[in-house]
Design a protein around this ligand. Structure first.
Ligand SMILES: [Fe+2]
Length: 202
């Protein structure tokens, strides 16, 4: 399916005049495929390509339109009432769920595993699928990211994928708190979940 819609994905980013975001998506796909190969993960590469290339299709949509979609499609997200109320207060997360809606409606994606990976690529959540974890991590450490500690996290992920995921979740929680931004409870809970998992496995 990816090959059938890859031109349309490109045109989506062209329409919104954001080839930077398209190139980022390509980098996320490359990183995700690299992680799969390094770890010999048994995942469907078609799902990897679709999730990576579609994860940010919502990000190019103006924020007021994102909010409109979030309100219209409330019942499609599988969030509890309290999570949905929180989502309304976390504009940085809207594009993920908007991306899931666009992937379904505009690009005809019916694979719920792909939609799940798109929906949670910003917030993360406890007990993510392998696909979801790979997209989450790849988004943060793809090779064109230039933040100060990018190489540190690339190294963590290369050495131990699950530990790398936990270190990234911890850092994102810390950064959001430092900026006094509201931290979505799914992000906090993801961090606690993977901390406990790490502790149990050690
Ligand atoms: Fe992204």
């Amino acid at each position: 399916m990816y090959d059938d819609i890859k031109q349309d994905i490109y045109l989506h980013f062209v329409k919104y005049d954001n080839l930077k975001r398209y190139n980022h998506s390509i980098k996320v796909m490359e990183k995700a495929l690299e992680i799969v190969e390094q770890n010999n993960f048994c995942v469907d590469l078609e799902q990897i390509k679709l999730s990576a290339m579609l994860h940010d299709v919502g990000k190019v949509i103006p924020e007021c339109e994102q909010l409109k979609i979030i309100k219209e499609r409330k019942n499609e997200f599988g969030l509890s009432d309290s999570e949905y109320e929180e989502l309304l207060k976390c504009p940085n997360v809207w594009h993920s769920f908007v991306g899931g809606v666009i992937a379904k409606k505009k690009f005809g994606v019916t694979d719920e595993a792909v939609i799940d990976a798109i929906n949670y690529h910003t917030s993360g959540k406890p007990n993510m699928s392998l696909l979801c974890k790979i997209i989450y991590v790849s988004d943060v450490i793809e090779d064109s990211r230039t933040y100060k500690t990018a190489n540190v996290y690339r190294e963590y992920v290369k050495r131990d994928f699950d530990n790398g995921l936990y270190e990234i979740l911890k850092e994102i929680n810390r950064m959001l708190e430092e900026k006094n931004e509201m931290v979505f409870s799914l992000t906090k809970n993801a961090c606690l979940y993977y901390k406990e998992k790490k502790w149990k496995e050690s």
